[in-house]
Design a protein around this ligand. Structure first.
Ligand code: C2E
Ligand code: MG
Ligand code: MG
Ligand code: MG
Length: 280
């Protein structure tokens, strides 16, 4: 009895995997035609200075509005783009669009663009980025490239060299989602990163666990010793704001300051000071 139940479970699992595989193939197929059309668009989420409470820049976040399925999360479609080899084309579109959009903001406002580890192995990437900046007439120091720790584990052996080339264009390189992967502390002192983004999961946990606060303190100390800008992601409440400010973060990002928004909306809030009655 137990055995047949086990087999049945296994069969269901198999069938489920089959359905998922077909789903991926379909999405991959749809994505191929959707890149460059209005199905894809960028939203922008503000980053706010802890000191001045002003917007210092925006992170570009990609959205796919599928004609029949509706909105699909980047957590779902980016992995498909990566596995199907489409992430290069998609990423290049994102870079060009983000640079063009950023040219609408004042000169001291930056744009952060997420770059997949698989884009770092495309030999033309540094030239493509330089070209995107040039076409948009955007100064390289207005661009921040965000990569996650997985860049050092994806078999992209020369990831560090590529990042250095991007840095030498004059752009910033941020280490995103810090603390969620196999935190490669050794990479922090390679003089390639200018910013460290503490993952939102730490911000949430810090509200309940003193141990997490200790970890954040250690991260802040380490990052400061390498002269990195420290950004905390996932700030949702005034308590998060106050806690992360007291822990020494330089910039904050999260729903408290604004959800990812269309370009037109960014033009309304850029330059204004963020105020909240609960934050003292
Ligand atoms: P990420 O780069 O770490 O971006 C931050 C994510 O946290 C975004 O999710 C953002 O909407 C969300 N977020 C911001 N504030 C809060 C908050 O206060 N609370 C919570 N719970 N979440 C918050 P999103 O837009 O769904 O993007 C997910 C991930 O997809 C991104 O994580 C990034 O890794 C990837 N991604 C997005 N756009 C692109 C892109 O153009 N290229 C590549 N390669 N990856 C992208
Ligand atoms: Mg990011
Ligand atoms: Mg992040
Ligand atoms: Mg993330």
């Amino acid at each position: 009895h137990a055995k047949s139940q086990g087999r049945g479970t296994f069969c269901n699992f198999d069938a489920k995997m089959q359905v998922e595989a077909e789903e991926r193939v379909r999405l991959e197929h749809d994505m191929r035609d959707a890149i460059g059309t209005e199905q894809f668009n960028l939203l922008y989420q503000p980053l706010v200075s802890t000191q001045t409470q002003r917007v210092t820049g925006f992170e570009a976040l990609l959205r796919w509005n599928h004609p029949t399925r509706g909105p699909i999360s980047p957590a779902v479609f980016i992995p498909i783009a990566e596995e199907s080899g489409l992430v290069g084309e998609l990423g290049d579109w994102v870079m060009r669009k983000a640079c063009m959009d950023a040219a609408h903001w004042p000169d001291d406002i930056t744009v952060a663009v997420n770059v997949s580890p698989l884009q770092l192995v495309i030999p033309s990437l540094p030239n493509d980025v330089a070209d995107a900046l040039k076409k948009a007439r955007l100064s390289a120091n207005r661009l921040e490239i965000e990569v996650t720790e997985s860049v050092f584990m994806s078999g992209a052996g020369n990831a560090l060299d590529v990042l250095k080339r991007l840095r030498s264009l004059g752009s910033g390189i941020a280490l995103d989602d810090f603390g969620t992967g196999y935190s490669s502390l050794g990479y922090l002192n390679k003089a390639v990163f200018h910013k460290l983004k503490i993952d939102g999961s730490f911000v949430r946990e810090a509200a309940e666990r003193e141990e997490t606060v200790s970890i954040i303190k250690a991260i802040v100390m380490l990052a400061n010793s390498f002269r990195l800008t420290i950004t905390a992601e996932g700030i949702e409440t005034a308590d998060d704001f106050n806690r992360m400010r007291e822990l020494g973060c330089h910039q904050l990002q999260g729903y408290l300051f604004g959800r990812p928004m269309p370009l037109e909306k960014t033009l309304e809030i850029v330059g204004s000071k963020w105020e909240h009655r609960q934050v003292g």
